[in-house]
Design a protein around this ligand. Structure first.
Ligand code: ADP
Length: 390
């Protein structure tokens, strides 16, 4: 006979547990399917957004006035926008960049190139970057033809304005001594003038005429600009020659004049006479600015691939306000100065690829440094014959 026994506690537990697990599993499944549904909705939305962004990017690239070219690892055009195709002409897809770049010509401005023949040539600025993934490069092209044309026009206008200013300045500079000379010579006609006074007035007229002559000579030197000769000469030879010329002037003004040249056999290539004239001018200025008993020193030293002519004096020095104007044509603080000496000297230095710098403070003298690049060892072997300057 079989007796039904109630399920023991130990039997009931696993049965309940199994039912519970199934319910939990069902719930978990539901949760999972809900989550995956949400995920797939989010994914779809994301995909929609990506498509929208890609579309927007394509519209933006298409509308961008600059050309964008993406190159693959092999340097071929993987992608480009319309502006790039218009700038470089035609279908660019798959073409090697080197071939496209070969049609671009370098200009005097780094990063700017021209495409095509003048007068229809286009000018573009080009910049390049490596893609972050390292998978290729991106090239940005910008048509700067109009901007360049406007820049040239502005420069031309500036030059014309400067020329106008210069002509006005010249006329003014000439008029003052000329008016004085006219006045003095007019006085000479006065019959009642005593002979001694007549001689004095005549001297003044002559002195003003000499000043005019000097002024015109300096103006011509200033305007001569680039018509400089080109000879090879020893730096120490030039320094020695200058010392020889300037020593009597310094002695006459009781100024101690010292000099040194540490350049050995080093040579310069350029217009010896014009460079000598520029340094002479700096030395004359130094002597004029120094009281009797003072000192002027000229030294020539090599610094890397440059030679420095240092002209130092312990004279009155230069006020900061004047320092900014020293090299302006016609700036002078001397009654008989033309104000062209430093402008000419700097012009000569710059025409040789060098420059003039100045260090000074009032009462503490001045140091002018004329720097010039040394020629390459084989440079200028076919140097021109020296040009005579008047
Ligand atoms: P100029 O000698 O005819 O005046 P420069 O162009 O040679 O013309 O010099 C311009 C001005 O610069 C001078 O009038 C003077 O005021 C100033 N200057 C030049 N060199 C020195 C110097 N070594 N010390 C003080 N002032 C100087």
């Amino acid at each position: 006979m079989s007796v039904e026994t109630p399920p023991s506690a130990s039997d009931a537990a696993p049965g309940d547990g199994q039912r519970l697990d199934a319910a939990q599993l069902a719930e978990a499944f539901e949760m999972f399917s809900r989550a995956s549904e949400e995920l797939s909705t989010a994914y779809n939305a994301l995909q929609g957004q990506v498509a929208q962004l890609t579309e927007r990017l394509a519209v933006l690239l298409g509308a961008l006035p600059a050309g964008v070219v993406v190159l693959d690892r092999g340097g071929r055009v993987a992608q480009c926008n319309r502006a790039a195709e218009i700038l470089l002409g035609g279908d660019l897809a798959g073409r090697p960049w080197d071939e496209l770049a070969a049609a671009l010509n370098a200009t005097e401005t780094p990063g700017e190139l021209t495409l095509g023949e003048a007068p229809g040539a286009r000018r573009m600025s080009l910049s390049e970057a490596t893609l972050e993934s390292g998978e290729g490069r991106i090239i940005l092209l910008h048509d700067v033809t109009d901007a360049h044309r406007m820049r040239l026009q502005a420069e031309r206008n500036e030059r014309l304005a400067a020329m106008g200013e210069m002509v006005a300045g010249l006329a003014h500079q000439l008029r003052t001594p000329l008016a004085a000379a006219l006045l003095y010579t007019g006085n000479l006609k006065q019959p009642e003038l005593a002979p001694a006074d007549r001689a004095r007035v005549a001297d003044r007229a002559i002195e003003r005429l000499h000043y005019l002559e000097r002024l015109i000579r300096d103006m011509l030197l200033f305007a001569r600009g680039d018509s400089l000769g080109r000879q090879r000469f020893g730096i120490c030879d030039l320094a020695g020659e200058l010392v020889h010329t300037l020593e009597p002037l310094a002695r006459a003004r009781q100024i101690a004049f010292s000099s040194s040249c540490d350049c050995g056999d080093a040579t310069l290539l350029g217009d010896r006479k014009a460079l000598g004239g520029a340094i002479t001018n700096l030395l004359e200025n130094a002597i004029q600015a120094t009281e009797p008993g003072g000192a002027v020193d000229l030294s020539a030293v090599l610094a890397g691939d440059t030679v420095l002519f240092r002209i130092r004096d312990n004279g009155r020095g230069i006020e900061p306000a004047h320092q900014a104007r020293l090299f302006d044509p016609f700036f002078t603080t001397r009654a008989d100065g033309t104000g062209l000496g430093l402008a000419i000297a700097r012009g000569v230095a710059r025409a040789h690829g060098g420059d003039i710098a100045v260090e000074s403070s009032p009462g503490k003298g001045a140091l002018f440094i004329l720097s010039l690049p040394l020629p390459c060892p084989d440079e200028g072997d076919a140097a021109q014959a020296p040009k005579e300057s008047s």
